[in-house]
Design a protein around this ligand. Structure first.
Ligand code: ADP
Length: 481
């Protein structure tokens, strides 16, 4: 990881200072491609986190009092600096997360786009004047910042999962304490460094690292934190919701998915294959919008499977820094074990391996990109998010049948449909119980669109004009004349 010296920070960023843990403890961060230690970050104590929250509260008064235009300008400078440092941020990201460098560069552009978007939205947090029921009153609605925000973020998008929360919160006039995943803290700390250079005042954006149970518990229990925005597993999301209930915090939850990807007989198969490659294998299958169940209609099933096999077998597995690599490692050995378990369970239930199916010969956290055919609908990988490069193909006959299967999950984040029939496009888009539908499109994330799920995939939306509403409270002022 050369050329990263100026942005690689091994301390937490709190109230404008780079700090260690008050008890001196640290956590080592490793490169998932090589197992080598990249560096360490502090394991903060609860008291350290509590002091951070107090600093964020103090900073919040002045930050909220600035004009929306001023806040927007600081965010704009942060965006510019992120893009000027795209290469260095991408190299830090690949070193700690493993994804191919080209994907890391794309994540920096995508993550930065949220900062750009919310730098513009800051000026558009309009209130309302509502016609009153009687002529002797005027009714106003003010939108005010919720206050101190805590963000707990995952390792699969170490940059973008922070910017979509932090930029929205800061634009709204909130201050924020971010706890990145311990596997990928350096992307978060680099963002803090650039935020400081952009002119974010001390205490506005803080990054705290450490054990989830220590740092996370203080963030959820401290009454000064008025909002928690979490991206991660449904299991952890439920725990956090319970803890936040004690102080009745506002919450946004971006949780797990179990995305159906439906290919109808009338689909453009080239597009559908490209869609599966993008939505299933990007980030080695470790995204919450990854196609998890690929349903293919009987008439095109065999043709589709063969086309997909050709593409999957052409993928190059390796260290994200190697030229031409398209599939990096999984994040750790537990992730490898889960992928293996899902493949074995499906094969024991009658599935056939069409491509891959094994650990990769490179060892470590590398697995082969895999296609399984004739997967039974009760296989484990139909019910749980695999979070790995395994595409299970399920044969179906009718639209009615496939919609019922697609919806037969407690999750409801992303879904994908491939068809050229206009009426079916509408019917199925409306029938799917998911927050997002990709219609003949495998890449659905964008800063201008509302991202979020229904059912156990969470609540709240990120990005778009709706994203900012997660960070404001509506205050109704009733004026008597
Ligand atoms: P994933 O491993 O899929 O990213 P997790 O939900 O395990 O999902 O982790 C997402 C984030 O939540 C990480 O920052 C992790 O450290 C944090 N986290 C995990 N468990 C807890 C917990 N009990 N309390 C607070 N934060 C947690």
């Amino acid at each position: 990881m050369n050329r990263t010296e100026s942005l690689l920070r091994q301390n937490c960023y709190v109230d404008g200072c780079w700090i260690d843990s008050s008890d001196g403890k640290t956590i080592a961060v490793t490169n998932p491609s090589t197992g080598e230690t990249i560096g360490t970050v502090p394991a903060l104590t609860r008291e350290d986190v509590s002091a951070t929250i107090a600093a964020a509260e103090k900073a919040g008064r002045a930050w909220a009092a600035r004009s929306a235009k001023e806040r927007g300008l600081v965010l704009r400078r942060w965006f510019d600096l992120c893009m000027q440092n795209q290469e260095e941020l991408a190299r830090i990201l690949t070193a700690e997360q493993g994804k191919p460098l080209a994907e890391a560069r794309a994540e920096i552009a995508y993550g930065s786009a949220f900062i750009e978007w919310f730098s513009e939205e800051a000026k558009r947090i309009d209130g309302d004047v509502i016609p009153a029921a009687t002529s002797d009153r005027r009714i106003l609605v003010l939108k005010q910042p919720v206050g101190v925000v805590a963000a707990i973020t995952p390792w699969n998008f170490p940059n973008a999962m922070i910017t979509r929360k932090a930029a929205a919160a800061l634009a709204a006039g909130c201050t924020i304490v971010v706890k990145p995943a311990s596997a990928t803290p350096f992307s978060a700390l680099a963002l803090a460094e650039l935020g400081a250079r952009a002119g974010l005042p001390k205490g506005a954006l803080n990054v705290v690292t450490g054990a989830a149970s220590v740092v996370g518990n203080e963030l959820t229990d401290n009454p000064t934190v008025r909002k928690l925005s979490f991206t991660g597993s449904t299991e952890v999301g439920k725990l956090l919701l319970e803890r936040c209930a004690k102080t009745v915090k506002k919450v946004s939850m971006e949780l797990g998915g179990n995305a159906p990807f439906i290919v109808f007989d009338d689909a453009d198969l080239d597009k559908a294959v490209a869609g599966v490659l993008a939505s299933k294998f990007r980030n080695t299958g470790q995204t919450c919008v990854c196609a998890n169940r690929v349903f293919v209609q009987d008439g095109v099933y065999d043709d589709f499977a063969q086309r997909l096999k050709r593409e999957v077998e052409a993928m190059r597995v390796g260290d994200g820094f190697e030229e031409g690599v398209t599939l990096g490692p999984l994040i750790d050995d537990q992730a490898v074990a889960k992928v293996n378990e899902h493949i074995e369970n499906a094969v024991n239930g009658g599935a056939k391996v069409l491509a891959g199916g094994k650990l990769h010969e490179r060892g470590g956290n590398f697995v082969e990109p895999t296609i399984l055919t004739e997967v039974a609908t009760d296989a484990l990988l139909m019910r749980e998010e695999t979070f790995g490069p395994v595409a299970p193909l399920i044969r179906f006959n009718t639209e009615e049948e496939v919609v019922a299967h697609a919806n037969d999950t407690p999750f409801g984040l992303a879904s994908y449909i491939y068809t050229r029939d206009l009426s079916r496009s509408w019917r199925v888009s409306e029938a799917l119980e998911f927050g997002i539908v990709g219609l003949n499109e495998g890449i659905i994330s964008s800063e201008v669109a509302p991202f979020g799920g229904v059912k156990e995939s969470g609540m709240g939306r990120e990005g778009s004009k709706y994203g900012i509403e997660e960070y404001v409270e509506f205050k109704y002022v009733c004026v008597g004349l």
